[in-house]
Design a protein around this ligand. Sequence first.
Ligand code: SF4
Length: 297
Amino acid sequence: MWGINTGQAQVTEREAGDKLKISIASGKGGTGKTSVAVGIARSIEYCQFLDYDVEAPNASIFLKPDIKNVEKVTMRQPYFLTETGADFSKCVEFCRYNAVAYVRGKVVFFPELCHGCGGCLLVGPPGAVKERDIEVGKIIRGRASPGIDFIMGDLNPGSLRTVTVQAKLDEYIDEKQTVIIDCPPGTSCPMVASVKNSDFCILVTEPTPFGLNDLEISAEVLRKLGIPHGVIINRDGIGDDSVERFCDKNNIKILEKIPNDINIAKAYSDGITMPEYNKKWIKRFMAVIDLIEKENK
Ligand code: SF4
């Protein structure tokens, strides 16, 4: 199996009739990850597309979905009835996220740090700690032509609850469709939360020392998660062959190479996907899907 050389596989077995869930990730932003994700969705034509890059979702610029539904994502957060004069020190002691503190004898709540675990309600003075729903983002759903079921998470500005919005996206994954997941860049919690549901992850990188460094880290994360993965090299022709040598050494399949072509970049800046710019990309992206399907049989 490509890109897997440990026995740590955590990927759940697909049931008969379930389609592939493919995530597209990259160790850093600006490598062409979304370009590949929307290009694949446009090539498949009938699939589900989920934008998990909830801090900066931009796939809608390219897929241009007709939006049908906007739903708030909320989380429970406590509030403290300070006028009761109750002692909240047990809440302060309990909260491992330091979301509640005593400052000069007054209880102070830091909502950005609160994980909504509800613990301070349990340990706090009875009746003096209450809970309410706080909006942290939105789930936006629609349909992109011809048959792309489009779902996007959108984190509210200033909110730190990225993973809360992503967890809501998880509920919409449709096992009966091919699922394309556009992940956030990097290798921190939001990336892990995005790839964890996938059967295969495509890592998009550039053939440069920076690209190699980020690829090494991303591939290691996927190896530890037990998620099969392959690489698409973008802007092929710049840099050196260190990415190819790394893939070769680590048995990671290079699924496709996208040339360093100014016309692709221009199309991208106009919101045009690669298959729309040049139909040859439909064949090339479908060949990538074929390779992944063969690997996952
Ligand atoms: S709900 Fe949990 S995370 Fe939030 S303040 Fe209370 S103990 Fe801390």
